[in-house]
Design a protein around this ligand. Structure first.
Ligand code: UDP
Length: 149
């Protein structure tokens, strides 16, 4: 069994982190994972793959019908992403904090999106990373991306 860095009896949470196709294309996988590990979170699983539209339609079900939905699915299926299962106390909220606000242009400096992202004049926010937005979303998304875990 792998050694957890969490203390005994402490509540360990898991979240889904994606390095989106823009992050992979720009060679920022290592930088994103470095920040996750430097924060003290543990990588439980890691996979490089080009997601199918079917997976993405389930992943982004809450956005179906919105104007950015189709371009978002097209963008996310345009190339490989890195999917990571990240573990640690309050890591759902913690990774959202590392990622920064959705819009990279105005995301706070010090965050992944704020330090490394910007607008590119396209229909979709190419904002480098995804992180589950609640423990419930994390459970749902982890079951989609890592069904065997
Ligand atoms: N998105 C977009 N335009 C918008 C809102 C969202 O292109 O007006 C994209 C963007 O890539 C974002 C993803 O859809 O990361 C999911 O949106 P959400 O509001 O859940 O943002 P997040 O939780 O990723 O910050």
């Amino acid at each position: 069994a792998q050694q957890s860095q969490e203390g005994p009896g402490e509540q360990v949470e898991r979240t889904l982190v994606l390095v989106k196709p823009d992050g992979v294309a720009r060679g920022l996988v290592g930088e994103v994972l470095r920040r996750v590990e430097a924060k003290g979170y543990r990588l439980v699983a890691l996979d490089l793959r080009t997601p199918t539209r079917d997976l993405l339609s389930r992943h982004y079900a809450e956005h179906e019908g919105k104007p950015f939905y189709e371009p978002l699915v097209a963008f996310m299926s345009s190339g490989p992403v890195v999917a990571a299962v990240v573990e640690g106390q309050r890591c759902v909220e913690g990774f959202r904090s590392l990622a920064g606000a959705t819009e990279p242009t105005t995301a706070a400096p010090g965050t992944i999106r704020g330090d490394l992202g910007r607008d590119w004049g396209l229909a979709v926010q190419q904002n480098l990373v995804h992180g589950s937005d609640s423990p419930g979303s994390a459970d749902r998304e982890l079951a989609l991306w890592f069904p065997s875990l």
